[in-house]
Every structure is written in C-alpha cells, then in structure tokens.
Design a protein. Structure first.
Length: 227
C-alpha cells in the first residue's frame, strides 16, 4: 500500500519541486501554489462527468476514428479546458502574477494537481499498480507537466503583451490541447506505425519545454543585472 502511494505521488512532487526551483528570481507564495494544486485535484470531478458524456457520442465509431475522438474530444478537450479555466481564475488578476514565468509555475501546479488524482486512481485501480506507476512516472505525469508549461508560457505572454493578448490566449489553450490529443491518440490507436512516434514526441516536448523556460528565465524582469 505504501509503495503504491509513493509511486503515485513521488513523480508529481519531484516535478513540482523542479518547477519551483526553476522559478529563480521571485518565488511564488506557497499558499497560492497549494491552491493551484488543490484546484487541479478538484476539477477531476467535472472532468469525469463531461468525459463520460462526450465519450458516449463516439461509441459507434470504428477503431481509429474512435481513438481520435477519445484522445482529442474526450480527454484533451475536456481536461485542458478545465485546467485553463482553473489557471485563469487562480492567477489572472492576482498581484503575484507579475512576470511571465509565474504562469508556467501555476499552470504546472494545476496540471499536476489533476495528474496526482489521476495517477492515484490508475495505480490503485490496477492489479499491476506498481508497473503502471513506474510507466506513468516517465510518461503521463511529465506529459501533464509539459502541457502545463505550454499553457503557462502563452498565458504569460498574453498577460504582458496586451497587443497580442487574444492570439496568445488562444495559443495557451490550443497548444496543450493539440499535444495532449496527439499523445493520447498515439497510445490509443493501437497502430505500431504510430507508436513509433511516441518517444520522439516526448523528446520533442521535453526539448521545447526546457527551451521555453530558459527563454523566459533570460527575460525575467527580476533577473539581477550584470554590472
């Protein structure tokens, strides 16, 4: 029981610690970060309801169209919509949201709040829970974090570049939605030719996520200036 709990929660908190560390120049208040984590967990309930509702529409589809429907319209659309809403409500007008990187931090905390509850349910709900937990520790949990980084990057841009706010706010939803959909579709398709793309997709997301965070770090208004 304890081992299953550890494999469920440890990957989430390791990534959260990493993201908190990467916020180098002005740390976010722990209380607000915890609110984001809890919000991510709470949205699991409406997500389950709407996923079941939308999933019923695609039950008559054949295998590949059904996989696409489930990946994009059930999982990606519903989950990223609620994450987006939670992040926006949590920080958009909050005075602690005072630089671009903040949006990445809060979006990841919300995303991993959701991933935490999801991970526990998968691990404890499977006869091979330890194996499931190990696999998800290197796939699903980091993927949710990277969807959060995509969302946060563009929300930060939208906040601090008002002239392009509408475009960037659309991107803040569109990018995580598309990558989440692609991630799930590859796994759900059952096609070997598509499964070959899974590892390259993860590597690309890691590369892009690190690059986004590095770029935002370099432009931080709180970065000490060289004398």
């Amino acid at each position: 029981m304890i081992n299953l709990l550890l494999i469920s929660v440890a990957p989430v908190f390791i990534i959260l610690a990493y993201i908190y560390y990467r916020d180098k120049y002005e740390k976010e208040p722990i209380s607000l970060l915890l609110e984001g984590l809890v919000a991510g967990g709470v949205i699991v309930l409406p997500i389950i309801y709407f996923e079941r509702l939308i999933d019923s529409v695609g039950v008559e589809f054949s295998q590949l169209p059904q996989a696409a429907w489930t990946a994009f319209m059930v999982a990606a659309l519903v989950e990223e919509t609620f994450k987006y809403f939670a992040v926006f409500v949590l920080i958009w007008k909050n005075p602690n949201f005072n630089e671009n990187f903040d949006a990445i931090v809060y979006a990841v905390f919300v995303s991993l709040g959701f991933a935490l509850v999801e991970n526990i349910s998968y691990v404890f709900g499977n006869d091979n829970g330890m194996n499931v937990g190990l696999i998800r520790a290197f796939t699903a949990v980091p993927a949710h974090a990277m969807f959060g980084i995509m969302m946060g990057y563009w929300l930060g841009m939208a906040k601090f570049i008002p002239s392009k706010r509408k475009v960037y706010m659309i991107r803040a939803f569109t990018y995580p939605f598309l990558f989440h959909g692609m991630y799930d579709f590859i796994l759900m398709s059952g096609r070997q030719v598509l499964l070959i793309l899974f590892v390259p997709l993860l590597i690309y997301m890691v590369f892009r996520s690190r690059k986004r965070m590095r770029n935002i770090d370099e432009k931080s208004a709180f970065k000490p200036q060289d004398k």
